[in-house]
Design a protein around this ligand. Structure first.
Ligand SMILES: Cc1cc2nc3c(=O)[nH]c(=O)nc-3n(C[C@H](O)[C@H](O)[C@H](O)COP(=O)(O)OP(=O)(O)OC[C@H]3O[C@@H](n4cnc5c(N)ncnc54)[C@H](O)[C@@H]3O)c2cc1C
Length: 494
């Protein structure tokens, strides 16, 4: 008899887990509390699907190279479905700076450096319809899991099933028996609390990124083309007090995003107003071309999401699993700041690690240990880099809010760090080899920063350092209003 595997949650991690396990020949049941996507096109899902279970549903999502290549290698027909729904592939060449583009000659490996763009409603709808076609996956909606059934003592639990919320029990009974439970219930997972009630303490690393992430969606008017990518102002950047970006979507839709540190209370209040959101974006040269008067119409108000954290949960302590027959994937296991766009990539990688683990052995302890070891080896470096980026981002935002200039430094060590950062930014902008390396890191196709270990990269970055900071600074500087100018503009806004 095959194992009864139950996945809780049909978000991106849940769907990727179902696919990864089904591909290994395993039978999977996915339990989801929300409605399934409505019948119809991407707009119907975007405007009408009440997707309460995934708070980030209306924020834009892009897939990095890691996810794109995993999809291409394992589910090429799913990619075709994405394209048919309007998703776009953006290749390495399309992302080059205006300085590098004329020098571009394809090299082996460039075909891995691509990203995919469309609205999350389009992602989820397409993924769902694809997963529904697997004979060995069953998805049940409108069921809320309300607890875990487990036996055991002394801090070690054997999970045996799930408890169903009382108003759903007519459909599923009081409990769902399971040989393996997968927690894909996302950032608000309640499994750690349920385990705690059973005497097992799941240790958590939990660091606040101290930002709030704001989005507004727009649609290009008929006949209007997207602004070219070759302008001198980049469409994503960091002005110190504000981070911004464009997410081109599917079917003429796009979204602008703006991130502010929590201390920026006045700007945070202003940005909740759609007209002020637009005015703030128009004042940033990298975003302004997207909001040309008469070219676009907003399709949503501006809205934000807080509680942005780096979270890592430990289910193995001192070499022993805390629970058997239980695996957390995706945001339920680890979260990184959405600014870096890594969550879906880490989720699908995690799902594949689980697929490999479950087919290698049927021993619950060996499975838990192997899953943990692979998660540490392949996901921890990504998590750790994100955490370091968060800490640096917090320092920068607080310094600017305090009236300091970003390039100021009070120690030799910091001055060296700044000079290195400027040299790397310049090398990545003007040198193809360094740019390729950086893009491998950004797309999670190598251990973060591995390209910096190469002798050739080191030589090039050193060359740029020797040119001096003033020549390199141009690659770092993002044009846009200073914090005081932005506050002034917002205060004057009628
Ligand atoms: C603002 C923002 C922007 C982001 N942008 C990107 C991006 O550009 N690129 C990227 O790769 N990642 C991005 N991410 C991260 C990405 O959204 C997640 O990492 C990814 O979707 C994996 O989430 P998940 O499936 O684990 O959880 P979720 O998407 O939260 O799904 C969890 C599911 O579980 C269900 N559920 C929860 N509890 C229960 C229960 N008790 N019973 C039954 N069902 C339950 C929910 O209804 C939901 O469907 C972003 C995140 C945020 C917050």
């Amino acid at each position: 008899m095959s194992e009864r595997i139950v996945v809780v949650g049909s978000g991106i991690a849940g769907m990727c887990t179902a696919m990864a396990l089904a591909k290994q020949g395993l039978d999977v049941t996915v339990i989801e509390r929300d409605d399934p996507p409505p019948q119809g096109d991407a707009d119907k899902a975007f405007f009408e699907w009440p997707r309460r279970g995934a708070t980030q549903f209306r924020h834009p999502h892009a897939f990095l190279g890691l996810m794109c290549n995993l999809l291409q290698d394992n589910y090429p027909d799913l990619l075709e479905d994405f394209y048919a729904a309007g998703a776009r592939r953006v290749d390495f060449k399309d992302m080059l700076s205006p300085e590098l583009l004329p020098k571009y000659k394809p090299e082996p490996g460039d075909d891995k450096l691509w990203v995919m763009l469309c609205r999350r409603a389009t992602i989820e709808t397409t993924l769902r319809r694809y997963v529904e076609r697997f004979n060995n996956i069953r998805i049940v909606n409108h069921i809320t899991i309300d607890g875990v059934v487990a036996e055991g003592e002394g801090g070690h639990l054997n999970v045996r099933g799930l408890k169903v919320r009382r108003d759903c029990t007519e459909v599923m009974g009081e409990e769902i028996p399971a040989d393996v439970v997968v927690d894909a219930s996302g950032r608000t997972t309640r499994f750690p609390r349920w385990f705690q009630a059973l005497g097992v303490n799941v240790r958590e690393e939990n660091d606040d990124a101290e930002i709030v992430y704001y989005t507004r969606h727009y649609k290009l008017k008929p006949g209007v083309e997207e602004p070219p990518r070759t302008g001198k102002d980049r469409s994503a950047g960091d002005l110190g007090y504000i981070k911004f970006g464009v997410f081109p979507g599917d079917n003429g839709h796009f979204a602008l995003i703006v991130c502010l540190h929590k201390v920026e209370e006045e700007l945070r209040e202003a940005i909740k107003d759609g007209d002020k959101f637009d005015a703030i974006c128009r004042s940033i040269p990298g975003l302004a071309p997207w909001l040309q008067e008469g070219n676009v119409e907003p399709t949503t108000p501006s809205f934000g999401i807080g509680d942005i954290r780096a979270v890592w949960r430990h289910y193995v302590e001192e070499g022993e699993p805390l629970v058997h027959n239980f695996f957390a994937v995706g945001d339920a296991a680890l979260r990184t700041n959405p600014l870096y766009g890594r969550g879906c990539s880490t989720s699908i990688l995690h799902a594949h690690i689980l697929g490999e683990t479950l087919t290698q052995t049927s021993d619950p302890r060996a499975r838990a240990l192997a899953y943990d070891a692979q998660t540490e080896e392949r996901l921890r470096p990504i998590f750790q880099t994100s955490l370091t980026e968060d800490k640096n981002g917090i320092k920068r935002s607080l310094a600017v809010a305090d009236g300091h200039l970003l390039e100021e430094s009070d120690s030799w060590k910091k001055r060296f760090g700044l000079a290195f950062g400027d040299a790397l930014a310049a090398a990545a902008r003007y040198n193809m080899h360094v740019n390729r390396g950086l893009m491998r890191t950004v797309n999670l196709l190598e251990k973060p920063g591995a390209f910096l270990e190469e002798a050739k990269t080191k030589r090039i970055v050193l060359f740029y350092m020797l040119r001096g900071r003033s020549r390199n600074a141009g690659a770092r500087i993002v044009r846009g209003p200073s914090r005081d100018e932005m506050l002034d503009m917002v205060r004057r806004f009628a």
